[in-house]
Every structure is written in C-alpha cells, then in structure tokens.
Design a protein around this ligand. Sequence first.
Ligand SMILES: Nc1nc2c(ncn2[C@@H]2O[C@H](COP(=O)(O)OP(=O)(O)O)[C@@H](O)[C@H]2O)c(=O)[nH]1
Ligand SMILES: [Mg+2]
Length: 155
Amino acid sequence: MPVQSKIIKVLVAGTRGSGKSSIICRFIYDNMDGCSQNEGTFYRSGLINIDDSKFTFILKEIRNLPTSENTAGFIVVIDPTRETDLKEIPYILENIGNKKVIIALNKIDMKYLANFWIEDVKELVNGNIKIIPVSAKTGENINELFFETARMVSK
Ligand SMILES: Nc1nc2c(ncn2[C@@H]2O[C@H](COP(=O)(O)OP(=O)(O)O)[C@@H](O)[C@H]2O)c(=O)[nH]1
Ligand SMILES: [Mg+2]
C-alpha cells in the first residue's frame, strides 16, 4: 500500500513574545537560534504518520486576528509567565471563530514563574479544545503538539 501524503496549512497565532516563532523554529530546525528574526512561511514534510497518512506542514506565524487567510486550523501560543495572556484567550478564540484550534502553553521550562496553568485555561475554553504544555526552549512536547495538530485537522 502506498503511503498517502497530506498537506496541511496551519496558522500560528498568539500574543507577542509568547513564542510563536520559537515553536515553529524548534519544529522545523530543532533549534531556537535566530527564531525571533524568522518571518514567513515554513514547510516540513513527512514527519508525522497517522494511520497510513504522512503530513506536510505549512506553518505561518500571524500577528493580527481576525485573518481572512485560508487555514486548516490554528495553533494558539500563550505564555503562562504573563498574567495578561490568560485574559487574551477568549478574545483570540473569538477572532478565530469556529475554526479548528489547539492551544500551546509554551515556556513550561519556566513553570516556577507561571502565573496560570492548564486548569486555568480549561476554565475559559470549550472542553473540546486541546491544551498542550510545551517548551520551544527544551523541545519538550513539541512533536506531540504537531502530532495533535495533524490529528485535529485530519478529523
Ligand atoms: N524560557 C523560554 N523562553 C522561550 C520559549 N519560547 C520562546 N522563548 C523566548 O521568548 C521570547 C519571544 O519568543 P518569540 O518566538 O520571538 O515570540 P513570538 O513573538 O510569539 O514569535 C524570545 O526571547 C524567546 O527566546 C520557551 O519555551 N522557554
Ligand atoms: Mg515572532
């Protein structure tokens, strides 16, 4: 049986400085060097297998919501060390509308500085929305984030 390949475009949204560029950079290049300077659209293919499908990711960081850009879904990146990021979540989700979305709680390597955690986010969002704790700095859970994203958009 030939392996099927699917191309999925995902927009990475979230507050400024939450780590959108860093998460993309960690996933694409497996490092964080020079990430903040990276702008544009990134590709990574063949990494994730779900059933008999391989996924090619097209990732794009976006600064402004709402957006008219086409997408299979969103990753929303938030920084738990900043109290204001929790308050932003309802506003961000409202501007995303009824698109598929997954939340990346980034910077978990700095948990000791956190102002809020997964449970606090859960109270604000629809129970169907997955919240994945990650660290772009250490790479923890980054592959899981994109695996769950692929699962979400392929449903
Ligand atoms: N400790 C820590 N710092 C991070 C992490 N991810 C990003 N940063 C830092 O947070 C700052 C903002 O990251 P950046 O990717 O530019 O955020 P963006 O504005 O959302 O694209 C930079 O100084 C990054 O080095 C992380 O997982 N852990
Ligand atoms: Mg950026």
